[in-house]
Design a protein around this ligand. Sequence first.
Ligand code: ISL
Length: 544
Amino acid sequence: MKKIWWKEAVVYQVYWRSFYDTDGDGYGDLQGVIEKLDYIKDLGIDVIWLNPCYESPDKDNGYDISDYQKIMRKAGNVGTWETLLKEVHKRGMKLIMDLVVNHTSNQHPWFLESRSSKDNPKRDWYIWKDPVEGKEPSNWRSYFTPSTWEFDEKTEQYYFHSFAIEQPDLNWENEEVREAIYDMMRFWLDKGIDGFRMDVINLLAKIPGFPNVDTPENINYLGNNPGIHTYLKEMNEQVLRHYDVMTVGEIPFVTPEDGLKYVGENRNELHTLFHFEVADDMPTWDMLKFKEIQTRWYEGLFPKGWNSQFLNNHDHTRQVTRYGNDGEYRVQSAKLLATMIHTLPGTPYVFQGEEIGMTGVRFDSIDDYNDIAMKNKYHEEISKGRDPQEVFESLLALSRDNSRTPVQWNAKENAGFTTGEPWIKINPNYKSINVEQALEDPDSVYYYYKKLIGLRKEHEVMVYGTFEDLSGNDESLYVYTRSLNNVTWLVILNHSNIENVCTVPDKFANNDKRLIIANYPDVENNIANSFTLKPHEARIYEIK
Ligand code: ISL
């Protein structure tokens, strides 16, 4: 079978502004990433995904770019960035950057020109429409605001924005826009990066004419529109196919069938994708729903295309809080979730701090939060007369800031993240949950992640094995196999706060079993055909 590096890799996501601050300004920086590369390498990581560090007014934490080819001062400068790339490569790792080309900042020179007059040569680089009956051209909601349309007094037209008003969408129908983006991609690829994570790449094409929709709040009309595949094929033809790179598309609101149109092996579009069925459709853990999603994506995608496995990132809150147990069973739960993500089909992603079981956070006031999505929603709801405290509390669980609190390096002031005033508060549990503690504890979440990642390098079955769910309709037991070349691994997960009896699938009843890894101590090697699992217990057996 053909071995492919981005299928075999484990990716570590660095949200640099919360990673490690070396100049005391309260923000993490690229020099901080450089100084922690050995920590990332020692975990067994192959690829680093760096969130946007380009010049930006920072309204959406770097996802509102005002110069694609300059490094944001908070992060460092191009020299620091080049040192980072060199040091990543020196350690045998790869670096992928964030490609945010659905929109720019409203401070990007392209937009400043476009908005300056109706006949400016760059007017058509963005999407401008006349008012309809004195109002917005259509009834569409954006991700972050009640309307996708913002009125510009000077030229008396509306411009389109899928996210904040500070993030005007580029007009991908305009070939000049596409060429400018392709040039920018070559700029970074020629510096030697190893690929791109592509921000909301399915939104580039819009429904022609922007017609009104029946349910504006159900915003998936923003994505997967005709024309997107033409753009991606052109991007591949003009740029990507000329480099040995990895491309992972962030594609909210997509089904397996649609997903395969982006990552099918002969499509010449993307290599793999993040779909959001779990992140968006599962506010709390629902094992039956999760199993159904995983099976549908396996059957819909493999082996013609490739998936990515993650439960949290900088937009989706900490997995052990949202989907597991961040209290009594935090350590076991963090290890169980990791076992699942690293043994399900697809490339696994580790979001910074996940490897020590960092948790979500509950700050006291909306003023303690930074996330534009949360704050826009808060102000939108209280403007309707709703009780501010009730609105605030309703937004806490899914606030993106749950994942954006600084990495907890030690139990010292500011968790060792900064000597300055942190840009966002540190999670108060840093005194007990931190890297220093994890490195001193042989049973920590960290060493479990390190072992899991190590297994992936030794056993191809974790990467290329077929997948079969054997757990039926049990609401907390997830039992499945991965099989490759006569090697079969049986993964057994008790996703619950209580003990659970597990019966070995009949077809393995007479086989010997060899324990590969477990998240509790003193687990028996060979198991009886029916045995009891502790709360949040995870085991992997090789079927002999
Ligand atoms: O954050 C979300 C819900 O609150 C997600 O729906 C997210 O907005 C969506 O997945 C797109 O995310 C990406 O694009 C945004 C940026 O704010 C996110 O950080 C980025 O991951 C606009 O660029």
